[in-house]
Design a protein around this ligand. Structure first.
Ligand code: ATP
Ligand code: MG
Length: 165
């Protein structure tokens, strides 16, 4: 079985500081993997690297067979279409209502308008927030915002879901 995510002697960090040192692991299709560790140990850093939000310092990281240290911006944007991600701080767009936030990955993936509408409707029922479709993120509680972020991560039927917290 070929791995969906494969890291070999991976080093990640910020400026001169290494956060993840010499990590080697792989994640296969249908696996459900938990990453645990103390606050500040590098869990979000690892997830950022899978999404191409953070450059690989050294070593190798392959996501869906794409080498993250060599991939072009275009390639990474394309790769992101297969990923659903819930950021630790949710990263909802505060100027957009809930419906539009959830729809974003479907719009990026070129779904037809009617498909977007019905998919968002279903997801909002699922997260029990249909009645808040026209509200804005800052009008929602923290837990409600997190559910919106989860719905957005699922919206485009991604191959892998990265959930931070
Ligand atoms: N943008 C950044 N610039 C510089 N250093 C950063 C940045 N983001 C994170 N760090 C540092 O990298 C280390 C790992 O941070 P990270 O956010 O990956 O931890 P974490 O395991 O997700 O923690 P938590 O459980 O608190 O979410 C921390 O020491 C943090 O200060
Ligand atoms: Mg974190």
């Amino acid at each position: 079985m070929s791995a969906i995510i494969e890291a070999k002697n991976l080093n990640l960090g910020y400026n001169d500081e290494l956060v993840i040192k010499d990590a080697t692991f792989s994640i296969n299709a249908k696996e459900f993997v938990f990453i645990t560790g103390a606050s500040g140990s590098g869990k979000s850093t690892i997830l950022s690297s899978f999404f191409g939000h953070l450059d690989v310092k050294s070593g190798h990281l392959n996501v869906f067979g794409v080498s993250m240290q060599r991939a072009s911006k275009n390639r990474i944007n394309h790769l992101r279409r297969s990923i659903g991600i819930v950021f630790q701080d949710y990263k909802l767009i505060k100027e957009w209502n809930i419906e539009r936030n959830v729809m974003l990955p479907m719009v990026i993936n070129g779904y037809k308008k009617e498909v977007c509408k019905s998919q968002v409707e279903k997801l909002l029922v699922h997260i029990k927030l249909s009645h808040k479709a026209n509200k804005f993120p800052l009008e929602l509680s923290g837990g409600e915002q997190q559910r919106v972020a989860m719905a957005r991560a699922l919206a485009h039927n991604p191959t892998i879901i990265l959930a931070d917290e």
